[in-house]
Design a protein around this ligand. Sequence first.
Ligand code: SF4
Length: 418
Amino acid sequence: MDEDRIREKLSILADAAKYDVSCASSGSKRKNDNGGLGNASNGICHTYTQDGRCVSLLKILLTNHCIYDCAYCVSRKSNDIKRAAFTVQEVVDLTINFYRRNYIEGLFLSSGIFKDADFTMERLVRIAKKLRQEHKFNGYIHLKTIPGASDELMHEAGLYADRLSVNLEMPTEAGLKLLAPDKNRQDMIKPMNYLKNELVRFGEEKKLFKSTPMFAPAGQSTQMVIGATPENDHRILFTANHFYKNFNMKRVYYSGYVPVSNDKRLPGLNTEVPMVRENRLYQADWLMRFYGFKVNEIVNEDVPNLELDIDPKLGWAIRNMQSFPIDINRADLGMILRVPGIGVTSAEKIVAGRRFGRLNWEHLKRMGVAVNRARYFITCNSNEFERRDLTGTNIKQFILAESASKYLKNKPNQLSLF
Ligand code: SF4
């Protein structure tokens, strides 16, 4: 292969892929039991860039040529940029070479659309198939599927990839129409639905027949671009919740819009979405998935956006001071999970630990509780930090004064976006 040309393609197509944030490689059960290369079930080490994005995968586009003209995308056909496309064999060779050199643990492959959805999707599938069958590659493969691709190709993709994803792009259909008029929400819903049903079907068959092959063992995920259209956090989380519930999504990713154009439909070039907004959305997302919160408890018509200076769990607690303090030695797990400063693991340790005696602050510290936050919301078997009669506003001020949040410096950009 012409190394200079490959290097050039790599620099173009890796750069174009950096706008996609949905590359976390957790959750796969693929094992190395065929004496091949890699092992996605253990040994996947996540490396994160400073802004928290995963870099342990070879993350590239197959091509940045595209027949569509989505206003928010750097690869849109009207954008005057250098274009490139890998061949199927080039991506396979790069993956294997990088894997052997220990640069990567797997492949994250997305693509612009050349010709049509199936034409592009067929190439993505061929890459995964070659890696698995010809090179016995057991590393992690995440394929971004092409909206509108046929069920047959989606099926094949599921046989070779660990995770499949279909980008939702915009949080609402209206936003999609505005910025990506060539695209159709149904072209995204259909493959998501197909994947959901196939994941269930393969799961059921696996219970009956051990020999049933794996189908996308790390499930499906999706991604929304945040801040290119004016939806508030309530709308965004409402959409995310809908897709978690109805399409068995493993993850919804929130990708802050990076200004790439001075198109009048988009926010101005100097209005980058601050990282703190993405971060708060991920925190809220965790509250929905692991802490038993409903969307409307986190954001609603009265509180349509997440607060940027405090995390959403603290925000909820401060708005609901009538529910606190709780007695950590008696409260149920659901309520303990709602206390700022207590994570899922600590909450479970508390419930298990209090069977052996009443817990005090020292016990809680040893269980990993961030006592400097939790103390405003709980009582335990000690009065050392007894809660004084503080208002929610006082508590917020105390906590803010204590924590030097690395995100605060981004705050002023946020509300001037629209
Ligand atoms: S289809 Fe995908 S690659 Fe093409 S312009 Fe739209 S977002 Fe970009």
